[in-house]
Design a protein around this ligand. Structure first.
Ligand SMILES: [Zn+2]
Length: 285
């Protein structure tokens, strides 16, 4: 049972620390940490045997640029002990210059939430934007200061906040589609209405299509007219793929005075008399 809204990227997720005893088997995962200017260090990460090393957390702990796999080495530069093993692992077992404790464990389904104790589970997410709390990381070396109320120079506290506009399009379609294609929402649709003329050799179809198109344009509706020479089936496939929220299909039934009003979401079709379609569109758009 989860009872709070904690959620995190898998690379940043934390869980309630597990309880280990001296009977817990540990392993040492050896990796090479790469730093600026070609510097590197051999690092041993001491973990419970059944827990995976979370490499992004591990890399951040070391303030390294990257962790890469390496051949086993005799002499390590740094040892990082998973912090929940703190009371269990004897640090004197390791001969090393630098030793630190940190949360470097991968979080698994069923681990406990640190906020509410509920079970954590995996779910799909889309990173639609991000925040970096930079603090004074850049303002101090750059001396980007301001004068405080006492006239004393203080470094600016920096943050960067972004929404990925191009990602939003993918996110909208991820949530609004079917196996035929996109289903744009009203707010995001490139056009509100598409008018599809089934057979451009049929003068009556073309005349009605063009008339509706012109009147919708005059009303300020974003309208798309499909008067291509293609087969009707191909045009409908394109309509479903592009996913304009509504369409008017002017086809064979125009001979009986009937056209179709289509809602893309669910491909719901409604027969409307050709005489009334103009009024219906004027009401709905
Ligand atoms: Zn929780």
């Amino acid at each position: 049972m989860t009872s709070c809204e904690y959620g995190a990227n898998i690379e940043a997720a934390i869980a309630e620390p597990k309880v280990y005893t001296t009977a817990t088997e540990v392993k040492t995962v050896i990796m090479k940490a790469l730093y600026d200017e070609g510097k590197s260090a051999y690092v041993g990460f001491v973990m419970p045997v059944d827990i995976e090393l979370q490499e992004v957390k591990a890399c951040n702990t070391l303030a390294a640029n990257e962790l890469v796999e390496c051949e086993p080495v005799e002499v390590l530069d740094i040892i990082v002990i998973e912090e929940s093993l703190g009371a269990v692992v004897n640090p004197n077992n390791y001969v090393v210059n630098e030793m630190t404790y940190a949360d470097i464990s991968s979080v698994c389904e069923g681990d406990k939430c640190v906020s509410c104790g509920g079970n954590l589970r995996y779910t799909k997410g889309i990173e639609a934007g991000h925040i970096f709390q930079l603090g004074t990381q850049y303002s101090v070396p750059l001396a980007a200061n301001f004068l405080d109320e006492n006239g004393k120079a203080q470094p600016m506290v920096m943050g960067t906040y972004g929404i990925g506009v191009s990602r939003l399009l993918a996110a909208i379609i991820e949530q609004n589609h079917d196996d035929k294609g996109c289903i744009w929402t009203k707010e995001s649709a490139p056009f509100d209405l598409q008018i599809i003329i089934s057979n451009i050799k049929d003068e009556a179809q073309v005349a009605l299509g063009e008339k509706l198109y012109a009147s919708m344009l005059a009303q300020g509706v974003d309208v798309l007219l499909d008067e291509r020479k293609d087969r009707f089936g191909a045009k409908m496939k394109d309509y479903e793929l592009i996913g304009v929220p509504h369409a008017v299909v002017i086809g064979k039934k125009l001979a009986e005075g009937i056209v179709e009003f289509v809602r893309r979401d669910g491909m719901l079709k409604e027969e409307v008399s050709a005489e009334e379609i103009g009024t219906l569109l004027a009401e709905r758009f």
